[in-house]
Design a protein around this ligand. Structure first.
Ligand code: NI
Length: 390
């Protein structure tokens, strides 16, 4: 361990009680996507205490900078929004808001970035360059707060040479982090499909056009786009999670069937192509059987691509800070994340922060081992410092 490494660890350790207090405050006062008014005010207050300049962007977002010397710019990002879930944990810092909960760990991300700011501010004299901190709203909701941050200049004047972001990972113990160079997470599109037929008496199907039987064939054909037309080395997921008819009964053929689903890919060109093929297949089959299909596609986040050289570099840097056995390799995930937008603009690396939770994210019993805050703060600060060659 070199001197700076030891110093960062010591400063992050010293900042931990405040990081825990920050995280607990944020956890007790969660706000939904694009409504992070109190959260961003809290972040601004802590930055003011540290003497770190900042400006408001993207509605309820904020950009802060720690500057030292004329060197390059490195960016660090945290998302701040909570989810519409009623917390079931009985802890002193449990959510004080009915039906709203930090169930995806964005309180940890925000508190960790504040912790990193505390560390970096104390090492300001060693910096040759700028560390830009992106406190982002609305990760959980379309169009994704990242798009608004980018619109409001998060990646300009100058463009950061590297961007790092982290996300809590329940299966990994606190103190551990995980990386995946290259393609890491999926694009996420929402599908709203309606199959129209013509209702009638269940005993006289020949006088009706049965949309349920058409739907059965459409679903099967659409799944063949995944199993027979997609390159098996680039995973694709198509899931219809909701299906229901308009009217209908044991003896009544309904007029229409509605389906809702998600499409996930790891390639932008194939994603666009699949949009066309989904539409063509659904419309063609429905028409051939005397019905009609209408497909609406809600465009979600693109796939997330970790810059390969940057991510290999970050993995090595993390090993230096945390130890060989504390850095693991992760597989591709078919979940989505709006950090993906940044990765299509600048070299970026999104890694996982171990939080040792028995409950997965997006559940009402999710909570973290708060020792993750020391690691989360130290690693963000360390990556930025190492990148600037401090
Ligand atoms: Ni999340």
């Amino acid at each position: 361990m070199n001197d700076l490494c030891t110093r960062v660890c010591a400063l992050a350790e010293a900042a931990t009680p405040q990081s825990v207090a920050d995280r607990r405050h944020l956890h007790a006062h969660p706000e939904l996507s694009f409504e992070e008014h109190e959260t961003v005010a809290y972040v601004a207050g802590r930055l003011d205490e540290m003497g770190v300049p900042h400006r408001r962007v993207a509605g309820t977002g904020l950009i802060a900078e720690v500057r030292g010397g004329a060197g390059p710019t490195v960016a660090l990002r945290a998302d701040m929004d909570a989810l519409p879930i009623q917390e079931a944990n009985e802890v002193p810092y449990r959510s004080t808001r009915e039906g709203v909960m930090h169930a995806c760990g964005h309180d940890v991300h925000t508190a960790s970035l504040l912790g990193a700011a505390r560390v970096l501010k104390q090492l300001e004299g060693k910096l040759n360059g700028t560390i830009r901190m992106l406190f982002q709203p609305g990760e959980e909701k379309l169009p994704g707060g990242a798009t608004l941050m980018i619109r409001d200049g998060a990646l300009q004047d100058p463009a950061p040479g590297a961007l790092f972001g982290q996300h809590v990972h329940p299966p990994l113990p606190a103190g551990t982090v995980g990386f995946r160079p290259g393609i890491y997470m999926a694009s996420t599109d929402e599908l709203f499909l309606t199959i129209y037929g013509r209702g009638g008496h269940g005993a006289m199907p020949h006088q009706a056009v049965d949309p349920i039987v058409i739907t059965a064939q459409v679903i099967t054909a659409l799944q063949q786009l995944v199993s027979r037309e997609s390159d098996p080395t680039l995973p694709v997921v198509l899931t219809f999670g909701k299906i229901g008819s308009e009217g209908g009964a044991t003896n009544v053929i309904p007029n229409a069937v509605r389906l809702e689903g998600t499409l996930r890919t790891l390639d932008e060109a194939w994603r666009k192509e699949l949009h066309q093929r989904l539409r063509r297949t659904a419309e063609g089959i429905a028409a051939a059987l005397g019905g009609r299909a209408e497909l609406e596609i809600g465009h979600g986040y693109p796939f997330l691509k970790n810059d390969e050289p940057l991510t290999h570099w970050a993995q090595a840097a993390a090993r230096k800070l945390l130890g060989e056995d504390k850095v693991v390799d992760l597989p591709i995930r078919m979940t989505g994340e709006d950090f993906a937008f940044y990765t299509h603009h600048v070299p970026a690396c999104f890694y996982r922060l171990g939080v040792g939770s028995p409950s997965p994210v997006h559940t009402d019993t999710f909570d973290v081992d708060e020792r993750c805050l020391t690691t989360g703060s130290a690693l963000l600060a360390w990556l930025a410092l190492e990148r600037l060659g401090a």
